[in-house]
Design a protein around this ligand. Sequence first.
Ligand code: SF4
Length: 295
Amino acid sequence: MKNQADVIVAKRAGFCPGVKGAIEKVLELEAAGKKPVYTIGPLIHNKQVTDMLAAKQISAINTPDEATDKSGVLVIRAHGITPQFQTQVQASGMEVVDATCPLVKHAQNIIEKFAREGYHTVIVGDGDHAEVIGLMGYTHGQGVVVSGPEEAAKLPYFDKVNVVSQTTQKESVFYATAEEVKKHAAVCQISNTICQPTKDRQKETIEQAQHADLVIVVGGKHSANTTRLALLCKGLAPAVQHVETETELEEDLVKKATRIFITAGASTPDWVIDRVAARVREMHAVGIKGESNDD
Ligand code: SF4
């Protein structure tokens, strides 16, 4: 006989508004016959989505020079780019569509406002991430990226500093880092630029994961926000599996669990989450119980 289990799918699993908006924009362009559509960098770190986009002649390039057909459209993805790069993109002569997420734009504006007033900027995030590279462009050359309090402890002393966050940062890491930066500045402005969808997702994850005996995090292995979500869960639940698709589910782990919480990063499409949830239900032969994104 199969075990019974509570299987709860996060209400806030899957595409965030910024990613959803960028995908809708490129699909609208493609449907309007604007082909090819080039995105500057991958639109999203999810193989299932990039494969679907590639089939519609929507592909990623690094710079406008790489566009083989200059009659195509260039789309700036949700992560945004530096103002310097934006100038280069506009100068390409190609049609440009800006799909930068409004919440990333908000972070860019906050950085620029304080940079203009002579503040140094400390960004709490991943220095290699496209959004952070874009944010650095607004610091007027007076910016530094730190991953957490340990790196912040090595910072020099500033007269005035503005501490901001990568939009998908873990809130506790941001505040612990800001506390450390305070010790290195006469004036310290703390600007929590973690976006609301990320805050909501983290809140729901914390509430649900600590009552689960297995958390399944669905999303690309190269997606920073999905990996961060999996890390967050590892501190809360006894077992966590990060899978890209249902084929990676560990059946033994799933069958042993009695309360399973399924969540996903901001770049995971609903259909991938649904397949994982369906496979988990199949393994237990139960319906979804409690909260679900099916409603
Ligand atoms: S994670 Fe937040 S800031 Fe980033 S694209 Fe999504 S909604 Fe926008």
